[in-house]
Design a binder for this molecule. Structure first.
Ligand code: ZN
Ligand code: ZN
Length: 317
């Protein structure tokens, strides 16, 4: 049995999923679907939980996201995590950076602390074999957009230089633009990518809730295409390395970041349908960050995952 077939087989067992899709000639290539999962009890637990729910990919925090310091990453943690990845066939593991990091900070002390912390995020991600670290670009606080963006570029130059040779990528997250958060205009992402000296490891993570709240329409096919064309013109569609699939509790253009279950918020199902069936994104990992818990005894993650999978159109080869 080929290694990839074996992986798939393991995954089917792990997720109690039927094996037939592999044999189904009509099955189109599809994006990888997963979610942010908790690492409570060990990094490997996130992988196992994702596999148990039938996911293809997983996002984690590599340390407590509200603390600067993290427990040292032990060899045993790394081994258990990598073993779980291999056994379950979970793909495209990524992490999200700490919420404390602000590479746009006008305060030197916080800026330096943030830059150092970002390097540690990447070191931990690299050690675990993750493919990307999703990063909030930062908040300019009492300075200005321009100054904030300059600070981010300066920080990233340092971060990239100090992690030279790493495989793990840095994925700038498109934000909702709450307060003085940067990254809610595609121009911000364009500025950062164009001005960083070595942008070969820089990508973008598009969060559906965020860009909708930031004022980018996704509803009709026409609106969706216009938004993606705008991104393509400014940043380049190839820079999109991943998606966060979240519905929004807040209205279009509200610039407020509140995630809702898929299809239950102001986005509805249509935007997800466009993204899931866009051939440009067919191989990309897409992670949900929707509220956890259960509905009628079923995990919300399962409910959302099913909704998303159902929207993927099957095309004949
Ligand atoms: Zn997100
Ligand atoms: Zn968010």
């Amino acid at each position: 049995m080929s290694p990839s077939l074996l992986l798939y087989f393991n995954k089917c067992i792990a997720s109690r999923y039927p094996i037939y899709p592999l044999l189904n000639e009509e099955r189109s290539p599809m994006p990888l679907l997963g979610a942010h999962m908790s690492i409570a009890g060990g990094y490997y637990k996130a992988v196992r939980a994702a596999a148990d729910l039938g996911m293809d990919c997983v996002q984690i925090f590599t340390k407590n996201n509200n603390q600067w310091k993290g427990k040292p990453l032990l060899d045993s943690d790394i081994k258990a995590f990598k073993d779980a990845i291999e056994e379950t066939g979970i793909q495209a593991p990524c992490s999200h950076d700490s919420y404390l990091i602000n590479l746009a900070s006008p305060k030197d002390e916080l800026w330096e602390k943030s830059t150092d912390a970002m390097i540690i995020e990447l070191e931990r991600a690299e050690a675990l074999g993750l493919i990307g670290v999703v990063m909030h670009p930062g908040s300019f606080v009492e300075s200005s957009e321009e100054k904030g963006l300059e600070r981010i570029v300066k920080a990233l130059n340092q971060v990239i230089r100090k992690t030279k040779g790493f495989d793990v990528e840095i994925w700038l997250e498109a934000t909702a633009g709450q307060g003085t958060n940067l990254g809610h205009r595609f121009e911000h992402l364009q500025y950062i990518i164009e001005n960083v000296k070595d942008s070969s490891r820089l990508g973008v993570c598009i969060d559906t809730c965020h860009i909708f709240a930031a004022g980018y329409a996704l509803d009709t096919k026409k609106q969706y295409e216009k938004t993606m064309d705008e991104f393509d013109d400014l940043v380049g569609i190839d820079r999109i390395k991943s998606f966060h699939l979240n519905d929004s509790k807040k209205e279009f253009g509200s610039r407020v970041d509140r995630h809702e279950q898929i299809g239950d918020g102001f986005l509805g199902l249509k935007p997800f349908k466009h993204i899931l069936n866009d051939p440009r994104f067919k191989d990309l990992p897409m992670y949900m960050e929707t509220p956890k818990g259960e509905t009628d005894g079923v995990a919300w993650d399962s409910v959302n995952l099913n909704k998303l999978r159902k929207m993927i159109k099957k095309t004949k080869k």
